[in-house]
Ligand binder design. Structure first.
Ligand code: ADQ
Length: 763
């Protein structure tokens, strides 16, 4: 970063929001308390920040949402180096359960091959969800319409779907910095499906290695049953939403290679490197390890190998010194405390047994170094040991390569680090095999200059050409290329519950009544009849029914009743004349049309069942019966092309449990239209909805405009089709695509009676 000093320059966010919003657990800043007690923010110069700086320069306005560290109230938003920072607060409990708990004691070990046992507590999961929701809300609030939101890492896996809920217009990307485990391991994770669904809220999911991407796709296929085609996943739409495509891709992360390389030209850093060697007693060889003090990094294995080489006499401690830099990490998590004790005990033992007087056999540094010191260390090191047991990428390996402009030095690299896929010229090891590790160390120490140069030249080509800027641009290019038309933006016209003012409703009705050819259509339950617990006890409002009948007999007016009920059931309860069209099963069944309507228009939309669909329906019905029998009171209704789970009469928590089980099951059925409604979940094997039905009826009746009344989420498919002259009327509370709202069935009765009167007066 050009200038690490930052202050609260300007907390104003652009009116229209930010074009690019990065969401990561941590903000790229650390706080520092000044002598006068004030807080100053200093940007922390990680690779991600550098990469983001480069891409943020290409957009008008960039933002970063993250935790500023510490507990309690978060600082107000501020600007640092042209980037708007939005701190997300965490309280002490959340740090314990969301961060140290679910993120670092459940997910981290599980995603790293269960090197230590993952621990799980349900309270941790509750906090993980709550904190993810907070991050999602913060990001959704500041992203510009159609803007890009890029979510990072395992702490925030639910955030993509949570953002999508409120911001379907945004392009959402997610990058997983750590490995994605094989499905056999991932399956152990409690809440695994929720995690997958959270991730699948993104348009593009990025992983470090090809193997990670394949693991993820396999988990989605196996655990959610979604259709996958290569690395493209089809996420079925729940309810009335259409399906979406999600791309899972491999983007190996890198470092700001040029700036690391440039540091080696700095005379002061060159001098530090020389001094370092001298401080170590000018040994023939310096072997270096740099890691966060984490059990995934294989520090114990490395120390064991080094200790044995000294004990065997294969290495003379006067000739070779090991420097182990171990950055303090997650010190409140048990496994990390234990690791630190163990590492320090081992280092102490090895030094006690082998160190010559006045200098160490292992120089152990448990603290942070700045970039310049780190570069000096890399320049001084003849061999760098990267012995991770599992690592997403491992940037240390790449930093070492970028620091060796002299084309000398040997990188010993674990095959379990992501970097092993690209850094082919490194000395590759299986760190679990201590004998192999020992012989690789000896080989590295003995390697001649020419061989070193040959390998290092090849490694440098790789690292210098593929830097972190290229990584970020590749990811964002993929995100940009996601087809816009696949992103459905459902239009919400009204929120809350306030009914449309009388005068506005009246004016709209008057205009509509003047249109020469109109279609008047309505949902049944909850609109023409109050909702009742016993479905068959439903009582339609007699006056509303009379008004509809009357309308259906007027010239230029077509009338339709649309319902989730089956056609026969709807007919039975409404007893409408043949001038009224009945549409059942959410549009999948259409009754006889009156003679003046063009039946052929409906051909393309007719109910079609194939033997495969019959079979599918049978298996769905079977599963729903199983869910119903586990939740007393829940019932299954079968229709010609659908099976429906009714939970109205389920007892106790049965309704919630049955619905949840049905929705979970729904996710495994990519070719089925699943429509959750009020205490019902409908599984339809034909692809029809009320919106399609109304559109077809409007065409068949040659209507110039239509009016539709609906109370349910299934009615939103109709409101999605509203044209300028059409009237969408939502009955009751809730967000809706309708332009008008009335309170309940009593108002529907008044409205229909009034419309009939207006139309009658028109003549
Ligand atoms: P980490 O597990 O933190 O990152 P790594 O890739 O090795 O691992 O990055 C560590 C960074 O910290 C390097 O830039 C290194 O120079 C720096 N560092 C280490 N010790 C230091 C010290 N004492 N002082 C100062 N700096 C120090 C996670 C994944 C990795 C993945 C990265 C990036 O676990 O697999 O490579 O994210 O995606």
């Amino acid at each position: 970063m050009p200038d690490p000093q930052t202050g609260p320059e300007d907390a104003q966010r652009p009116e229209a929001g930010h074009e690019l919003v990065v969401v990561a657990n941590r903000l790229p800043v650390d706080s520092r308390t000044l002598p006068d007690g004030a807080t100053e923010w200093v940007t922390s110069p990680g690779g991600l920040v550098t990469a983001m700086e480069s891409v943020m320069r290409t957009v008008d306005s960039g933002a970063w949402v993250g935790w500023a560290g510490g507990t309690g109230e978060a600082p107000s938003p501020f600007v640092a180096d042209g980037m708007h920072l939005y701190p997300v607060p965490l309280d002490g409990h959340e740090v314990e359960r969301y961060y140290e708990g679910f993120s670092n004691a459940t997910l981290w070990p599980l995603y790293h091959d269960v090197i230590v046992d993952p621990e799980f507590h349900r309270t941790w999961w509750d906090d993980y969800q709550r904190v993810n929701r907070r991050f999602a809300r913060a990001a959704a609030e500041v992203a510009a319409p159609g803007g890009i939101v890029w979510v990072h890492d395992y702490q925030l896996q639910l955030v993509p779907a949570m953002i999508r809920e409120t911001r379907p217009d945004a392009r959402i990307g997610f990058f997983n910095h750590i490995p994605f485990p094989p499905v056999e391991l991932f399956s152990q994770l409690p809440k695994r499906n929720q995690i997958l669904r959270g991730l699948l809220g993104a348009d593009v999911l990025g992983f470090q290695r090809e193997g990670d991407t394949l693991n993820f796709v396999a988990a989605v296929r196996k655990l959610l049953g979604y259709h996958t085609d290569g690395q493209t996943i089809t996420v079925p739409g729940l309810g009335t939403a259409p399906s979406r495509e999600v791309q899972a891709r491999t983007f190996p992360i890198s470092i700001d290679s040029q700036s690391v390389s440039d540091l080696t030209e700095d005379p002061d850093i060159q001098e530090r490197a020389r001094q370092l060697r001298a401080d170590m007693g000018d040994p023939a060889k310096i072997v270096l390890g740099v890691d966060r003090l984490d059990y995934t990094k294989g520090i114990r294995h490395r120390l064991k190998a080094w200790g044995e080489l000294l004990a065997d006499g294969a290495i003379d401690p006067h000739d070779a010194v090991m420097i182990q830099v171990a950055t303090p990490s997650r010190e409140r998590v048990d496994a990390y405390r234990q690791l630190r004790d163990e590492v320090e005990l081992t280092v102490g033992r090895i030094n006690g047994d082998h160190a010559p007087i006045g200098r160490p056999a292992i120089s152990y540094q448990h603290r942070s170094f700045d970039r310049r010191d780190m570069t000096a260390l890399y320049m001084a090191a003849d061999v760098v040991l990267v012995t991770a047991l599992r690592d997403g990428m491992n940037l240390v390996a790449k930093e070492y390569v970028a620091s060796r402009t002299d084309e000398q030095g040997v990188l010993v690299l674990s095959e379990f680090a992501g970097a092993a896929d690209e850094l082919r010229a490194a000395l590759r090891v299986n760190p679990h095999d201590i004998d192999e590790l020992k012989s690789s160390i000896l080989r590295a120490l003995a390697m001649g200059e020419d061989e070193q140069r040959e390998a290092m030249t090849s490694l440098r080509r790789q690292v210098m050409d593929h830097d972190v800027q290229a990584w970020a641009h590749a990811f964002l290019d993929e995100l940009e290329s996601v087809g816009r038309d696949e992103i459905t933006t459902r239009r919400i016209r009204l929120t809350g519950e306030t009914p449309t003012p009388e005068a506005e409703l009246e004016a709209s009705l008057r205009t509509f009544a003047e249109v020469p050819r109109i279609l008047v259509a309505s949902d049944f339950d909850g609109v023409l009849a109050p909702i009742v617990a016993e479905r068959d006890a439903v009582q339609p409002d007699p006056e509303a029914i009379v008004a509809l009948r009357e309308l259906s007999e007027m010239p230029g007016v077509s009338v339709a009743l649309v319902s989730g009920r089956s056609l026969t059931n709807l007919d039975h309860h409404t007893r409408m004349p043949s001038s009224v069209v009945l549409v059942g099963s959410h549009g999948a069944e259409v009754g006889a049309l009156p003679p003046w309507m063009h039946a052929e228009v409906l051909d393309s939309f007719a109910l079609t069942m194939s033997p495969q669909k019959e079979q599918l329906l049978e298996s769905i019905t079977h599963t729903l019966h199983r869910i119903a029998s586990a939740n007393p009171g829940a019932e299954v209704e079968t229709k010609p092309a659908a099976a429906v789970l009714h939970t109205r009469r389920a007892r106790g928590r049965g309704a919630g449990n049955a619905t949840e089980a049905a929705l979970e099951y729904a996710l495994s059925l990519p070719d089925v239209t699943v429509t959750p409604g009020k205490e019902v979940v409908e599984f339809s094997v034909v692809d029809a909805n009320k919106g399609v039905a109304i559109e077809a009826l409007a065409r068949a009746s040659a209507a110039d405009a239509w009016l539709y009344l609906g109370d349910d989420v299934t009615d939103e498919t109709v409101f999605d089709q509203l044209g300028d002259d059409d009237l969408g009327i939502k009955v009751g509370p809730g967000d809706t695509g309708a332009g008008l709202r009335v309170e309940g069935t009593a108002q529907v009765r008044e409205l229909l009676t009034h419309l009939a009167a207006l139309r009658r007066a028109r003549g």
